[in-house]
Design a protein. Structure first.
Lengths: 373, 373
């Protein structure tokens, strides 16, 4: 008897499943992991491609297995197949991720031993191999080139005396236009972007606002680019905040505070450090400078998100660098992205990616920059 | 006491959640629907943006609710919040989708009345309003422009006498190059693509193969484009199969068979028709022409996928036009995409989007074409 890990998901959406088979499919399919062996059960639509192009140890055809499972006394076809596989591979119990589909779980739990193991699924990808680090580095290099490309456009743009909008090649430079330029740039170099952020002024006060409308002089412009490499699937992630024109004293103070905090955070990263302490450090740092989290007129301002998130086949993965406790270990890879957000002033965020080494960390994204253009 | 629908997901990945609030977020958040009222519970990171930009009736701050829920005797914070909301809104039971996260379900089911309703969540978006149809039409128009753009590139490309590759602007035209051109084209017009298919020759025998390497003369080239409009979130979807050069008799037979089948399918679409019968029709049609589903040397060939899938905020949504039974009703929107795939010959697929009307259907994507270039 053996234990099996079980996933039922689309590998486009579930990096753990993609990690098992390096096979991308838009519709859900079934996969098992028994010791080091991985088994996929896919439809006729995906069968040929999966057999030829995936790294699954074994690829089974859904309709074949369903036929073999005809004796299983359960209505749901997916359950039929799982029960059949249990018998065929002599599986004693199934271990599933927390986000396994609840209805399938509800049917299965009455028929087979099944248990959750969030830690396994959260952490199976946490230590990056040398080749994974290389992929993330490649993605980060692309990200930094894309940021430099955006910077060039901002630098070349100018203002009209009559209004505060930026103009590039005689046309108003909007968030949409700059985003589309950045995303095309990445596409041509094999990186696929979704939701690239180019937000200006008050829009930048919302960290995940993509940004719309004209970019303005003398205001913060936050550019956050996170392309996914095709076909490896690894992400890069980088944010830079620019300002075209003249920065006020308040803007300078805000920017320098975030920049200094990020530098301090990176200096503190090494094995044994608790991510919670990094979060606490950033909170205290901003608090001391008068920029702590607060709610003004029903809106949150100050330092309103966590310090960072794991990066790899997932854009937001383990470890999260927030209020939860995680002890850093070598080859963990995550973003360091403190930011400050104020309704009136906009936002500043600076984000880089680090790999924990045996003694500290190394930056996987590198893009020194002047923020005032 | 009231009943509530409950979702815990990322609205980037769960169209039902996006449908409730028209708010896109990469990380999971909690949302309820009580009669026509929708309530979201989000983190400080998303709170401002969600309050300003979403259509949720009410937006609550996760940390505020958690504080109010301090008395709830359960460890999991998300459960705490749900129990608190149950009390605050006097909720008698929660109804969840099949793919609700299993672990959260397992904790909740011991504390509150909770049930599944796949039909509600599958079908809540099935009848498209006039404005939704307009959005899908816009996305389909973009798709058809992108296909015409790709066709122009193919048409302008030429072959070298020494090898069968296509050349465009003196450089080999690869799947990657044409895909990137198509995706940039869509991006500039507000459509976001992922996984656009440009597959040639034997690669086209796998319907979901994205395609790599040089495109070849005298071979099928399948182009499948499915951009998502930003910010509305609606998809277009269209496939055309081209051939640059001279088609063999077998290639012509295959193409004309798929084309005729698609025409027949579209002619059969009207309210009251069972999608299963459309699937059966296509299967019989291909079978009679000698192109039925078969397994050759362990690989599936012939008609290896379903006739189509619903289209809207999701790329693959309800209704599926396959082996399951669904009675068509006015304002359902789905793709009609028969295809034939043979290992040696490659593949042919032709795909358009239709809206069921009171008497038949109307094409939302329109792109008449010559397939031999």
């Amino acid at each position: 008897m053996v234990e099996a890990y079980l996933i039922y998901a689309s590998s486009d959406r579930e990096p753990n499943l993609f990690y098992w088979g390096h096979f991308r499919a838009p519709d859900p399919f079934l996969a098992l992991k028994i010791n080091e062996k991985t088994i996929a059960v896919v439809s006729t639509l995906e069968y040929g491609r999966c057999k030829k192009g995936s790294t699954f140890s074994e690829v089974l055809l859904w309709s074949d297995v369903l036929q073999a499972a005809v004796d299983q006394a359960v209505e749901n076809n997916c359950c039929k197949i799982i029960l059949h596989l249990q018998k065929a591979y002599q599986i004693s119990s199934f271990t599933i991720p927390d986000d396994f589909p609840a209805h399938l779980y509800e049917t299965l739990r009455k028929l087979v031993p099944i248990k959750f193991d969030a830690v396994y699924f959260q952490t199976q990808r946490q230590f990056k191999s040398a080749s994974e680090v290389e992929q993330i580095k490649t993605a980060c290099q692309l990200t930094s080139q894309a940021i430099l490309y955006a910077r060039t456009i901002l630098k070349k743009s100018c203002t009209d005396t009559s209004q505060p909008f930026l103009y590039y090649r005689r046309k108003v430079l909007t968030s949409e236009r700059l985003r589309s330029a950045i995303e095309c740039y990445c596409l041509k170099k094999g990186g696929h972007c979704a939701g690239t952020i180019v937000s200006c002024s008050q829009q930048a006060a919302d960290p995940h606002c993509e940004g719309t409308g004209p970019l303005r002089a003398n205001e913060f412009i936050v550019i956050d680019v996170f392309p996914q490499l095709n076909p490896s699937g690894y992400y890069g992630d980088m944010t830079r905040t620019f300002l075209k024109g003249v920065a006020s004293l308040r803007q300078k103070r805000l920017f320098l505070c975030v920049q200094a905090c990020q530098k301090e955070l990176i200096r503190r990263i090494r094995p044994g450090v608790n991510t919670k302490d990094l979060m606490q450090f950033a909170q205290n740092y901003f608090e001391q400078k008068g920029f702590g989290l607060r709610k003004t007129k029903g809106i949150c301002e100050g330092f309103i998100h966590s310090v960072g998130h794991g990066l790899g086949l997932g854009l937001h993965e383990y470890p999260s660098v927030g209020i939860n406790s995680v002890l850093l270990e070598p080859n963990m890879v995550f973003t360091v992205e403190p930011g400050l957000y104020f309704h009136e002033l906009g936002g500043v965020r600076i984000e880089d990616v680090v790999q924990v080494t045996s003694t500290g960390c190394q930056l996987l994204s590198r893009c020194p920059y002047q923020w005032i253009l």
